[in-house]
Design a protein around this ligand. Structure first.
Ligand code: MN
Length: 422
């Protein structure tokens, strides 16, 4: 892949520590001031309009029609599958590479397709069909098991044998910068009758999501070795949760209204291809997994993750540093397990990783764990304390990979919590 060459330099200036060098080439949906949406990529602080680049003829000869770039979602583009996206990323890398002298003469035409990132509004990038949420961090599952069940047997018996998951809801998945309303619902204190009202324990879940290409027909399986061919890319994903509602409602069928009031995703989908240089060995799995969950090679990814909390009139406090590589179950295993019964996945499905907690208390991926069920409130830079999220707090996730002098990032997902409605 030309686009992954670490020596490539763009003629677009890329600031130091930018998430978007020419080796990234993520995809998103953008628009200018209520104008029509278009498929975009980003280099440095510039957003590149692929629809107008296509109209200018720079994207001719690709294995799909340029009309896929005039869209309000990436779905039509994703229909071209891994091979189509690979060719497109390479074409963009060539167009914007410094080495391409021939194109320097045509710069003026290309510049019409390039905007300052701050001028552009980023939209929800994918029309999500089905949303599945996994529960694949051993540290997170152990912490929650210790708090709510038996500290001596924190992990349930199935956890080390299969990637536990549940079917979520796609209608309430929202773009970054869209505020979230504090949900209302039923909660219950021990020894009392349940009450109705605003949740008092609104929390974030530090997750990553992956977006799928079209899968196989109903009844067929995707195995671990081919699974990554069906993954388009990843985003940051805040799977908002109401812990008090969850605790009362979740028996026996699992999460429901505590989870589906909002989940926020970052605007740029970073392709799995771009992440190949950051693949690492997965964690040791003990007991050894069943045959259909075994895999070869590196299928975990070294992605640094950070969570910041910003009070209404305050500065950002960093409250968590975690890493996607802490996940016990890989995406390949999640997809193989998801389809082992013949369940089909489709173009534009979203799979959440589950909360990504690491081994140390500062790497826990939720307030529930960071403040240990409210018993150890976190102190922010302004001196105020948090056990859960307050009204008008803003929660920000950032994520990036770094090696061989290349840093590829995800930008951020950012959302403010608004008070419950009257
Ligand atoms: Mn979740």
């Amino acid at each position: 892949m030309i686009a992954n060459n670490p020596n490539l330099v763009s003629w677009i200036n890329v600031p130091e520590n930018s998430d978007f060098p020419i080796q990234n080439i993520p995809f998103g949906i953008a628009r200018l001031q209520d104008d029509q949406c278009f498929v975009a990529t980003r280099i440095g602080d510039k957003v590149i309009n692929l629809a107008s680049l296509g109209e200018l003829g720079f994207l001719d000869g690709l294995p799909f029609d340029s009309s896929v770039f005039k869209a309000d979602s990436l779905n039509a583009l994703m229909k071209s599958g891994k091979s189509g996206i690979r060719i497109l990323r390479d074409r963009i890398a060539i167009l914007f590479s410094k080495e391409n002298m021939e194109l320097q003469n045509q710069l003026e035409a290309i510049m019409e397709s390039i905007y300052e990132a701050e001028r552009v509004q980023m939209m929800l990038p994918v029309q999500i069909g089905d949303y599945t949420d996994f529960y694949s961090s051993k540290e997170h599952a152990t912490n929650v098991g210790m708090m709510f069940r038996d500290p001596a047997n924190a992990l349930l018996p199935n956890w080390l044998w299969l990637p536990v998951g549940y079917h979520g809801r796609s209608s309430s998945i929202i773009a970054s910068d869209v505020p979230v309303r504090r949900p209302k619902g039923q909660t219950k204190n021990e020894g009392e009758n349940p009450v109705y009202g605003p949740s008092k324990r609104v929390d974030f879940e530090l997750e990553m999501g992956f977006i799928t290409f079209e899968g196989k027909p109903l009844g067929e399986q995707i195995n671990t070795e081919e699974a990554e061919d069906y993954i388009f890319g990843l985003c940051l994903f805040n799977d908002w949760s109401a812990r008090d509602i969850q605790q009362w409602e979740y028996v026996p069928l699992g999460p429901f209204l505590a989870k589906n009031f909002a989940s926020s995703m970052s605007p740029w989908i970073v392709t799995l291809d771009a992440l190949i240089p950051f693949a690492v060995e997965g964690p040791e799995q003990n007991p050894p997994v069943l045959e259909y969950l075994k895999y070869q090679g590196k299928k975990s990814y070294d992605i640094h993750l950070e969570v910041y909390l910003q009070p209404e009139h305050g500065h950002e406090s960093r409250i968590c540093r975690s890493n996607f590589k802490y996940m016990y179950w890989t995406m390949a295993q999640q997809l193989a397990h998801h389809t082992v019964n013949g369940c089909n996945i489709r173009c534009g499905d979203l799979m959440g990783s589950g909360t990504i907690s690491g081994p140390t208390p500062d790497s826990y991926g939720s307030m529930l764990e960071l403040a240990w069920k409210g018993t150890k409130p976190l102190e922010l830079l302004d001196g105020t304390k948090r056990a859960f999220i307050h009204d008008y707090d803003t929660v920000i996730f950032r994520g990036f990979c770094e090696n061989s002098g290349v840093r590829i990032g995800f930008g951020e997902v950012k959302s403010q919590l608004l008070p419950a409605t009257d």
